[in-house]
Design a protein around this ligand. Structure first.
Ligand code: PAD
Ligand code: ZN
Ligand code: ZN
Length: 376
């Protein structure tokens, strides 16, 4: 029996309050309105950004259905949708691509004005929600919301992918892999023979290491305070692992020493802390070094730094979703994965049934997991 046009009752993990576990609830998912798409989610990863909401660092309106790194199948489409049809395999886009705004039209940009990241409203573009639970409306998360059996997204926030691609792997192309890899290859624009340092070796940082390697970097320092992350970093392309806790000196001085006083050409902060963002900046070459902020710092934080660090010529940049234009890039990244141009398996340390989502978060917080994939 077709569910198109009807409200779907299904399970979702609801974030009711910060610093509390998610609660698996029965929710109602309204049918897609015009230019919207309802997706049956089949696999979703747990990213630190979801945890930043639960820890309170990333301030968003609650209650909310979190999750943004996912893949699924289109269940039904609203009026006027032509980019996908029921049955298509898709990835939701946490950075939409409308194609008409200035960042979409510029060759330099990717943060479409339809994004719900810079000023989170937690709603569909028309200002309403498609989720209800116990009579209460639930917020959407950054245009996606994947910790649910069904979600609704705007047509600008979904893209069709190769139906042969394994959804429980390519869901990582919806965030972690593409973010880290793109931060290296297109935001930093790492060059062949260069020296790089990646701060933070979670799913996103390891993908940044892969990007540095693919770009031909000759030395890649993998920096983390959890040495258990080092074997995997070496496996995906790091040449040296550095634990800041092993040194008395600040990590930027350690990296200067390790590079004969030159500093690295490129540094990437993939943790989300202001102290490591400042340290990553100070680690790169004083004149032509580039440092990229990938980690999401707490909403209310500020950085105090010596302007001489930039005066001498360093470049400091940020990178959302690896700088990719999401709709254009994701199908190509999926084909590249299918063509074995990069691997995703090293990033996937655990697979759990969706109901065990809180166990997945516990493993991320304790440093045991890289990516946990939830299956439905
Ligand atoms: P993760 O928690 O799996 O990895 C973070 C790593 O940092 C862990 O291995 C920690 O041990 C390590 N770490 C923690 N503190 C320190 C420290 N003081 N010094 C060195 N290492 C440390 O996270 P993730 O890989 O899922 O995400 C990383 C960040 O990237 C996080 O802030 C997330 O919100 C952000 C992100 N940004 C985007 C984007 O578009 N810019 C997308 C996805 C994730
Ligand atoms: Zn993410
Ligand atoms: Zn746009």
């Amino acid at each position: 029996m077709s569910t198109a046009g009807k409200v779907i009752k299904c399970k979702a993990a609801v974030a009711w309050e910060i610093k509390k576990p998610l609660v698996i609830e029965d929710i109602e998912v309204a049918p897609p309105k015009a230019h919207e798409v309802r997706i049956k989610i089949l696999a979703t990863g747990i990213c630190r950004t979801d945890d930043h909401v639960l820890s309170g660092a990333f301030a968003v309106p609650l209650p909310m259905v979190l999750g943004h790194e996912a893949a699924g199948v289109v269940e039904s489409v609203g009026e006027g949708v032509t980019c996908v049809k029921p049955g298509d395999h898709v990835i939701p886009l946490f950075v939409p691509q409308c194609g008409n705004c200035n960042p979409c039209k510029s060759t330099r940009g990717n943060l479409c004005y339809q994004n719900d990241i810079s000023h989170v409203r937690g709603l569909m573009p028309d200002g309403t929600s498609r989720f209800t639970c116990k009579g209460k409306s639930l917020h959407h998360f950054i245009s996606t919301s994947s910790f649910t059996e069904y979600t609704v997204v705007h047509e600008n926030a979904v893209v069709k992918i190769d139906a042969a691609a394994p959804l429980e792997k390519v869901c990582l192309i919806g965030c972690g892999f593409s973010t880290g890899y793109g931060a290296a290859v297109q935001t930093a624009k790492v060059e062949r023979g260069s020296t790089c340092a990646v701060f933070g070796l979670g799913g996103v940082g390891l993908s940044a290491v892969m990007g540095c390697k693919a770009a031909g970097a000759s030395r890649i320092f993998a920096v983390d305070i959890n040495p258990k992350k080092f074997p995997k970093a070496l496996e995906v392309g790091a040449t040296e692992c550095v634990n800041p806790l092993d040194y008395k000196k600040p990590i930027n001085e350690v990296l200067y020493d390790l590079t004969d006083g030159e500093g690295v050409d490129y540094s990437l902060e993939v943790i989300g802390r202001t102290d490591t963002m400042a340290a990553a900046l100070a680690s790169c070459h004083e004149n032509y070094g580039t440092s990229v902020i990938v980690g999401i710092a707490p909403s209310v934080s500020e950085i105090c730094f010596n302007p001489l660090l930039l005066f001498t010529g360093r470049t400091w940049k940020g990178s959302v979703f690896g700088g990719w234009k999401s709709k254009d890039a994701i199908p190509k990244l999926v084909s590249d994965f299918m063509g074995k141009k990069f691997v995703l398996d090293p990033l996937i340390t655990h697979t759990l049934p969706f109901e065990k989502i809180n166990e997945g978060f516990d493993m991320l917080r304790s440093g045991k997991s890289i990516r946990t994939i939830l299956t439905f």
